[in-house]
Design a binder for this molecule. Structure first.
Ligand code: C2O
Ligand code: CU
Length: 443
């Protein structure tokens, strides 16, 4: 049994210069790391000290449905002043996160990393470090709720964003990766582990350390291109599940995704940089193993312009791979949007008007997600991990997959966890503006 006590509360947070009034788990952003061995039972007592209702969603965990934290689908929201106990077993090791699942609360500070350890961890490394990426605006004169209103009113953020290729900058060697718009919202800050790039955290190790980085994108509207200056990365996990290792200069990570990499540290002070893809700004952390000047906010390691690996280039490791079986049913999800009224849709419907994606226990279910819009959508399924079928039939196991404009992603799952499960875009503004539906088990 692994007890955890969390309080969702208003908090005044120093981001490394800017001090913001926000909502957080306790007095820190990110909230406290929760870590337990696979198969162990998490018992989390959550107290709501916010003025609004809240909930906690355990993102990526194949848990029992009534603990999934989705008000209106799996529970009643925790009212202001009330508490709730979440209690479940975490079956699969890996890198996860938890966050509020009410309204736009994810774009405040209501998030934290969640790590499920493998008692028989097959990877060999000396140390690890959790890297939480976020786009930040709460308490800077705007709140996520005010931003959503602006978007719905066709306000300043809409249409103001560059296409991801153009905004890479005049002399930038970067090639666009998102195939269209990079986002709907302009953020003043991009954070690594709660710090702005002008006042980064420094983490220290000894030279030669084999380091596991667990990279988590909790952003609401931003994909990040992540690199460690002077190093190559070996990608080993995607969304908690092992992949066949791939060496790369940088990784691309959408909202809701997690990528684990191994890296052997050189001697010096190195920038861990998270470029806000297509937004011409970045987050920074310093990894130090020796002397040397600390990299600054404007640092630009050449790895950013090197080989970038996105999750779709990965292949599940043998023990994570779901071999192809003929699906018992296929659900098509056409991702759409209408910009005039800021509605984002699945099969032309918003969430309140949704048609559930019905499945029966034991079925092999294929989801075919087609993006008919000009912006990427990181599509997340609760309670399951699907097998992405790339051209070779073997992609990564994932719970969140970026679908680029014009692209169709095929993802297979085994319906082995009965309940009502949300399927949605992890852009919190898209989700709130309708791009959510439910995978519904029927008898
Ligand atoms: Cu992290 Cu429904 O999402
Ligand atoms: Cu979206």
């Amino acid at each position: 049994m692994h007890p955890v006590v969390l309080t969702a509360q208003p908090a005044s947070i120093d981001l490394g210069g800017p001090v913001v009034e926000t909502w957080a788990y306790g007095e820190a952003v990110p909230g406290p790391l929760v870590r337990l061995p696979a198969g162990d039972r998490l018992v989390a007592t959550v107290t709501n000290a916010l003025p609004d209702p809240t909930s906690v969603h355990w993102h990526g965990i194949a848990l029992r449905n009534d603990m999934d934290g989705v008000p209106g689908l799996t529970q009643k929201a925790i009212a202001a002043g009330r508490s709730m106990k979440y209690e479940f077993t975490a079956p699969d090791p890996g890198t996860y996160m938890f966050h509020s699942h009410v309204g736009t609360q994810l774009d405040r500070g209501l998030y934290a990393p969640l790590i499920v350890d493998d008692p028989a961890e097959p990877l060999v490394y000396d140390a690890e470090h959790v890297v939480v990426l976020d786009d930040w605006l709460d308490g800077t004169g705007r709140t996520p709720d005010s931003v959503l209103k602006e978007l719905q009113a066709g306000g300043m953020d809409m249409g103001g964003m560059d296409m991801d290729g153009m905004s890479a900058g005049g002399d930038s060697p970067l090639s666009p990766l998102l195939g269209g718009d990079a986002g709907d919202v302009q953020y003043p800050y991009y954070l690594i582990n709660g710090r702005v790039a002008t006042a980064p955290n420094t983490v220290t190790f000894t030279p030669g350390t084999r380091l596991r980085l667990r990279i988590i994108n909790v952003g609401s509207d931003t994909a990040f291109r992540v690199a460690l200056g002077g190093h190559r990365l070996s990608v080993v996990h995607s969304d908690g599940f092992p992949v066949r290792p791939v060496d790369t200069d940088a990784v691309l990570i959408g909202m809701g995704e997690r990528i684990d990499v191994l890296v052997t540290l050189a001697d010096g002070a190195f920038p861990l940089i998270a470029l806000a893809e297509g937004k011409n700004a970045s987050g920074l952390e310093v990894i130090r193993t020796g002397s040397g000047a600390a990299p600054t906010a404007d640092t630009y390691p050449r790895e950013l312009a090197g080989q970038v690996t996105g999750a779709l280039m990965l292949e599940a490791a043998d023990d994570a791979f779901l071999a192809e079986r003929r699906p018992d049913r296929t659900h098509d999800l056409v991702l759409g949007g209408s910009m005039s009224d800021y509605q984002w849709t699945i099969n032309d419907r918003v969430y309140s008007d949704r048609k559930d994606l019905q499945v029966r226990p034991g079925e092999v279910v294929r989801l075919k997600m087609t993006n008919s819009t000009m912006m990427f959508h990181p599509m997340h399924l609760h309670g399951h991990t699907f097998q992405v079928r790339s051209a070779t039939g073997r992609g990564p196991r994932k719970d969140t997959v970026m679908v680029l404009p014009g692209e169709t992603i095929t993802a297979d799952l085994v319906a082995d966890n009965p309940g009502q499960w949300l399927v949605h875009c992890h852009n919190v503004y898209h989700g709130e503006a309708g791009m959510m539906t439910a995978l519904a088990y029927i008898k």
